[in-house]
Design a protein around this ligand. Structure first.
Ligand SMILES: [Fe+2]
Ligand SMILES: [Fe+2]
Ligand SMILES: [Fe+2]
Ligand SMILES: [Fe+2]
Length: 435
């Protein structure tokens, strides 16, 4: 079902403020929440934080008092929405539990967007990021099991596989070469723009969550893993934000953010199976329709532009979650040995096509010179279990040794890298984390 959000009726702005009981809300249950209800909740929290943050930056760069006042009013609502959404998290969902949820968002959302993205270059960028977040999920899963005794499928519900992909130690780059080519705002489709903003908000919040919570464990190995992966999420923010045309005006950017919120809440509402949470998505969708129309009127008044020229007349499914194992496996098979090329074209290449002076070698030599925490994570499980913690179909598991051989780069390698031989020596068929 689609609709023109510029023509729908939303909740008037002066009816959007709620009382504290409604703002703080009530959490879901860790034990019984559907994993994709959790991924929607994690993503929408990131989206509200992006909305709030963008509007503060807008305030700091705006002189017109009419724009400032309207943005102040909608920003107040964004922050109350953010609390309601984030505080659906129950107190007994641990930081590692939530972390597995964040990476499940990244994997299944990026896979969905890659398959629903009209721009080929943007799609290729999603596929590249997808394998990195998939590998993060594997590294964190080792600690979820070893530190908290949590079977990762208690959180993932067997909907997302747990296995290595492009190893995390190779995700560290000279941040300059993470920058991508931006789309042309005059020719890019509204779907491309909404897709990028959705994923960008998710990745930004993933970075912030790791930066704010990685210190909450006593294990030095786990603290370092959070530091390592947090740094990759910084690269992901760089990668996705530079896909955006920087010449969009501030009011155009405001309109696109509200449009993205409408798309996401509409998609959440359609997909939600928890009746109480579905009501939240429905109410927030109606709020966002009003925000969008306010942004559209500002654009008409101050730039004499029709909002339909920018966002079109329909909404898109920007945050649909479903099992993506087959798609992810196909990208692992084809791209486990892919790298950013570091050249003018801002493209990609295979390991053996890299120049000797590829700028990221220097970065990797420094950060992983004494060992990569992402490799230690596997050693911690292997020492106790004689296996890594994994959960994947036999179709991909049977190729594990060949895949790790292709994925490991000899030129720069952390001294504690788990070798092909070590993977071969792990106890076979110990896929003990089946739910
Ligand atoms: Fe919002
Ligand atoms: Fe990640
Ligand atoms: Fe990421
Ligand atoms: Fe909004």
């Amino acid at each position: 079902m689609t609709f023109n959000p510029l023509k729908e009726k939303g909740i008037p702005l002066d009816k959007q403020l709620r009382n504290w009981e409604k703002i703080a809300g009530y959490p879901y249950k860790r034990e019984s929440v559907d994993c994709y209800t959790r991924t929607r909740q994690i993503l929408m929290n990131g989206i509200e934080i992006e909305g709030w943050n963008f509007k503060h930056n807008l305030l700091r760069m705006t002189t017109d008092s009419e724009i400032k006042k309207l943005v102040a009013d909608t920003r107040h609502i964004e922050t109350t929405q953010q609390i309601t959404v984030n505080w659906l998290t129950p107190f007994n969902q641990s930081v590692l539990d939530t972390t597995l949820g964040y990476e499940q968002v990244a994997v299944d959302l990026t896979a969905w967007l890659a398959q629903n993205e009209p721009d080929e270059y943007v799609k290729e960028t999603y596929d590249f990021g997808l394998l990195e977040d998939f590998d993060h999920l594997y590294r964190y899963s080792q600690f979820a099991y070893m530190v908290e005794g949590t079977n990762p499928n208690e959180i993932l519900h067997n909907k997302t596989d747990v296995m290595f992909a492009r190893p995390t130690q190779y995700h560290h780059n000279d941040n300059k070469i993470r920058m991508r080519k931006g789309y042309d705002k005059n020719t890019a489709s509204p779907q491309t723009k909404a897709n990028i903003l959705t994923l960008l908000a998710g990745e930004q919040q993933t970075h912030n969550f790791y930066a704010e919570h990685g210190f909450m464990y006593g294990s030095d190995d786990l603290r370092r893993l959070y530091a390592e992966i947090c740094d990759v999420e910084e690269e992901h923010v760089t990668m996705y934000e530079t896909l955006i045309d920087p010449t969009e005006t501030p009011l155009e950017k405001l309109l696109l953010r509200e449009f993205m919120e409408v798309c996401c809440y509409q998609n959440c509402y359609n997909d939600e199976i928890d009746p109480k949470i579905k009501l939240i998505w429905e109410e927030f969708l109606a709020m966002e329709i009003e925000h969008l129309q306010i942004a559209g009127k500002l654009l008409q008044k101050f730039e004499k532009r029709d909002p339909e020229e920018i966002i079109g007349t329909e909404v898109f499914d920007t945050c649909h979650f479903e099992v993506q194992k087959k798609y992810v496996n196909s990208i692992i098979e084809s791209e486990v040995d892919k790298r950013l090329d570091g050249r003018e074209d801002m493209g990609y290449c295979k390991i053996d096509e890299l120049d000797d002076n590829w700028p990221s070698y220097k970065v990797q030599e420094i950060v992983s010179g004494e060992g990569a925490p992402s490799e230690t994570s596997v050693r911690v499980s292997a020492a106790a279990l004689n296996s890594d913690v994994y959960s994947a179909d036999n179709s991909i598991i049977k190729d594990r040794e060949k895949l790790i051989q292709r994925a490991l780069e000899l030129k720069v390698q952390a001294p504690n890298t788990v070798s092909v031989d070590e993977y071969s020596s792990f106890e076979k068929n110990k896929c003990f984390i089946k739910k």
